[in-house]
Design a binder for this molecule. Structure first.
Ligand SMILES: [Zn+2]
Length: 144
């Protein structure tokens, strides 16, 4: 405080200027850094939802990786639950089916992915997302 008073007297500034200036400079620099990071971010990082197999899928990015990928009901937007029980009892890939069910819409089957369990289903969707990014065929403004 002593130092600030001395500075204020030396340069004939009000004390509040000497306190507020560095703080506002600090926030301005943070703001500019955030802005530059946003501008330099690849455009595909805005691609965070889409419709595959008639379901709404949403995800996030952690670095280059797709994380927190999950599906939602296209009607009521609630999270779907997965039924892949049948995958344990059969070895035949064609018989392995993951069902996606909406609890809110009377346990209605919203979609299904044939060929494996939930892990397989998520990898199918992940590959579809990556293909869209690679081929630049995604639309960040699409209504889902
Ligand atoms: Zn629903």
């Amino acid at each position: 405080m002593q130092y600030i008073t001395e500075l204020a007297q030396k340069y004939n500034f009000p004390e509040w200027v000497i306190i507020v200036t560095p703080i506002s400079l600090f926030f301005m620099i943070i703001f500019i850094i955030v802005l530059v990071v946003k501008i330099l971010e690849p455009k595909y990082k805005l691609y965070k939802k889409d419709i595959f197999h008639n379901m709404v899928w949403q995800w996030k990015y952690k670095g280059e990786n797709i994380v927190e990928l999950w599906c939602y009901c296209p009607v009521c937007k609630s999270m779907l639950h997965v039924d892949d029980e049948n995958c344990r009892t059969t070895q035949n890939l064609g018989d392995k089916i993951t069902f996606f069910v909406c609890d809110k819409c009377d346990e209605r089957e919203v979609g299904r992915i044939v060929g494996g369990d939930r892990k397989y289903a998520l990898s199918v969707i992940r590959r579809a997302i990556l293909a869209n990014i690679r081929l630049n065929t995604y639309d960040i403004y699409k209504e889902v």
